[in-house]
Design a protein. Sequence first.
Length: 337
Amino acid sequence: MDSRYDYKPLFSLTLHNRTLQLTREGGGFVALVFGVGLVAINTGNNLLYLVLAMCCSFIAVSGVLSELTLKEISVSGTLPKTIYANEPYPLVLRAVNGKKKIPSYSLHLSFPDDKNLGFQAERGLYLFYVPAGSSAEKTVMIKARKRGPLTIRDCRLATSFPFGFFVKSRKLDIDVRALVFPPLREVELPTPARDSLEGEGVVKPRGDELHSLRDFRPGDSLSSVHWKASAKTGSLRVKEFTSSGRQSYVISLNIHDPQTNAIVPSDLLEKRVSEAASLAYRLVRQGDEVSLKTHEIETGPGNSEAHLEEILSYLAVVGLNANGLGSPGDSASRAPS
């Protein structure tokens, strides 16, 4: 990668979607031109006038060639349709040179480094040569900062061709879209002997056959209490199930405050959604059946990749509108029914 793109420019000028920046090398050259010009005027030396004219021609040629390099270049991007927040994914960028005879050199593709954007990209990539009427591809790793619909609308294309005195750049539209699933975290998975997890979401296992009854212990869910047996014995009795190898779990997600019935604060909401997504992901991966229950929907049990994607697609957008965190847009249609 050309190191001159990492420097802070000495001078910057923006006009008609073109930004011209003066590099340190260019600053030295411009200072040299002024010096030669002053000496030529004071001495009247024709040779110095020739040197001055040649230096000025370098600046003119630099402007013309850099403009030809950026002209008729379009960029498109390809990203997986679904990604997880806080995980790096490859964004394949394809630069197409629409000029029929003139190639492009020394192209630098980058994205704005803004924390308000929904993604973070690694340092820009460098394309040394894009043939006329052809294309070139490079991959850059990006990381989504939060769940929900992600749209990458534009990137910046720059070149220091041919002399490196100036960096000329322009903004290009690319319109890359993806749905960002909630970030996965380490969670404690339930076991057949344990029927609830502490936290926002209660995980209730569904056994295959009733195996036995035992005394109620702290932490047991009331849904597993055998009320008829408890009424006969006078103490709470809990049902235990045998398993044929596959368990079925219901993940309960509550995003409302029980007192105000309003959406919980954003930090708590993201924590609960991330925990529910992590539980669904881990349980399906180990072969168990999972269903999701919220204030809006309750899915049937399943352990296929398509079923997991439906659950994660719903969790990717749930509660975003209410907290002003984003808009589910077209992704809302992917929620499980």
